[in-house]
Write a protein that binds this ligand. Structure first.
Ligand SMILES: O=c1[nH]c(=O)c2[nH]c(=O)[nH]c2[nH]1
Length: 299
């Protein structure tokens, strides 16, 4: 009557912390991650026939994550995700694909009296670095890197006018508005043949470039719209990181409404006099795009 169409399973929310202690300098470097591993393969009978012999227990996946974290660097997270995926498909002949997601949390080194502290850190924002890697037996490794929850705002240098108007339109044109968004930016790497290829890539410098381009463009662009500004970000990341095939952004437009205060002693707080605004939590615009390289025409 029914059939299993798709299945994968694993351990989610594996919390992981690793410290590297430089014995010579006494400087510690810390990394904290939340890991999810999901396995695919010949596991159908575990669902349809209660056959647990094919199940690599989710607890085993968690223990494996700890052991491989001890035996390998966990930063950059792209490398560690590929190490985990490679282990699962090579260790278990009936497991044919491994999905590994890693969220890397921020621990920023404290500066005390102007000097970077050797072993004290703080969480400077909710921003996270995310990696989604899929290792498929006989195919290779696909990796998507992401920035999420990077909250930004500019108090001028943004406009939105000339948009389509009809009998449903109420929004006035804006030549100078506040622009605020929570950056979600992703970049998909070309398919890697194997772990050796992955290990050659400098994922950390790509992350720094993508983040710097995002912030610099946000700050410096005389923004005509969220759409136009985000396209410029994608275009620059593709130019800066040749191994990246596609860049995507999802940007909520976090609105700040002007408040009419003229009812109180004629206070001017609209247009060029506006200084006090009401930040809105919802609804918000949501602007998304994916940008890829133009295929080269054959001459
Ligand atoms: O940058 C913007 N893009 C839109 O599509 C849009 N729509 C809207 O109401 N405000 C904005 N702002």
């Amino acid at each position: 009557m029914s059939q299993l169409s798709y299945a994968r399973y694993g351990k989610d929310n594996i919390r992981l912390y690793k410290v590297d202690k430089n014995e010579k300098t006494g400087v510690h470097t810390v990394v904290e991650q939340t890991v999810c591993t999901l396995l695919e393969g010949d596991i159908e009978t575990s669902y349809t026939k209660a056959d647990n012999s094919v199940v690599v227990a989710t607890d085993t996946q968690k223990q494996t994550t700890y052991i491989l974290a001890k035996q390998n660097p966990i930063d950059p997270p792209e490398h560690f995700a590929a190490v985990l995926g490679d282990h699962f498909i090579k260790t278990y002949p009936h497991i044919h694909a491994a999905h590994v997601k890693i969220i890397q949390h921020r621990w920023t080194r404290m500066a005390i009296d102007g000097k970077l502290h050797p072993h004290s850190f703080y969480r400077d924002s909710n921003e996270i670095r995310v990696v989604e890697a899929v290792t498929r037996e006989g195919e290779g490794i696909t990796i998507r890197s992401k920035i999420e929850k990077l909250l930004v705002l500019k108090s001028t240098g943004s406009a939105f006018h000339g948009f389509h108007r009809d009998e449903y339109t109420q929004l006035p044109e804006a030549w100078d508005r506040i622009l605020s968004t929570e950056i979600e930016a992703g970049w998909k790497w070309k398919m890697f043949k194997d772990l050796t290829e992955v290990k050659k890539v400098d994922f950390n410098s790509a992350w720094v470039k993508a983040r710097d381009i995002t912030m610099k463009t946000f700050a410096e662009d005389d923004s005509a719209s969220v759409q136009a500004t985000m396209y410029k970000m994608c275009d620059q990341i593709l130019a800066a990181v040749p191994l990246v095939e596609a860049v995507d952004y999802a940007l909520p437009n976090k609105h700040y409404f002007e408040i009419d205060l003229s009812w109180h002693k004629g206070i001017k707080n609209k247009g060029k006099d506006a200084t006090v605004f009401a930040p809105q939590s919802d609804p918000n615009g949501l602007i998304q795009c994916t940008v890829t390289r133009k295929s080269k025409s054959k001459l």
